[in-house]
Design a protein. Structure first.
Length: 132
C-alpha cells in the first residue's frame, strides 16, 4: 500500500486493494482511520489473493464480515473477562450498565457496527455500486 496523501479539509486519500479512495476524517482521527484502512486492505487482499473470489464488492462484503466476526469475538472475550473479575476489583459505578441480558447488548452493538461499516463501505465504493 502506498503511503496516504493527506488532502486539505480533513480528507485523506488512501488505497484499498489498489484503488484510491478519498475519505473524510474527524479531527484527530487520522491515525485510527489509517489503522482501519490498513486492516480492511489486508483483509480484502488476503481474500483476493486466495483466488476464489474475484468481484470487488463480494471481497468487500466477505472482508467486512470477517472483521465484524473478529470484533464480536473480542467483545465476547472482554465481556467474559469482565464478568470473571471479582466484584471488589470492579469500579463502583461503571459507565454502561447492561439493561437485562449482556449478550443482547453485545449483539445490538455488533449489529450497529455492521450497519455502520456497510454504510461506510457503500460511501467509499461510490460509483462501484452498493454492497447490499
Amino acid at each position: 500500500m502506498n503511503s496516504p496523501v493527506k488532502s486539505p479539509g480533513k480528507q485523506i486519500e488512501v488505497q484499498i486493494m489498489g484503488q484510491s479512495y478519498l475519505l473524510s476524517c474527524p479531527p484527530g482521527g487520522e491515525s485510527a482511520l489509517l489503522d482501519a484502512v490498513e486492516r480492511v486492505d489486508t483483509a480484502m487482499c488476503r481474500i483476493r489473493d486466495a483466488g476464489k473470489v474475484k468481484a470487488r464488492d463480494r471481497i468487500a462484503v466477505l472482508a467486512s464480515l470477517n472483521l465484524a466476526f473478529e470484533l464480536s469475538q473480542k467483545e465476547s472475550q472482554l465481556l467474559q473477562a469482565s464478568q470473571a473479575v471479582p466484584s471488589a476489583a470492579v469500579p463502583a459505578a461503571p459507565a454502561v450498565q447492561p439493561a437485562n441480558d449482556a449478550g443482547a447488548l453485545v449483539d445490538a452493538a455488533t449489529n450497529a457496527r455492521l450497519q455502520d461499516l456497510v454504510r461506510r463501505l457503500d460511501q467509499a465504493l461510490g460509483s462501484d455500486g452498493q454492497l447490499l
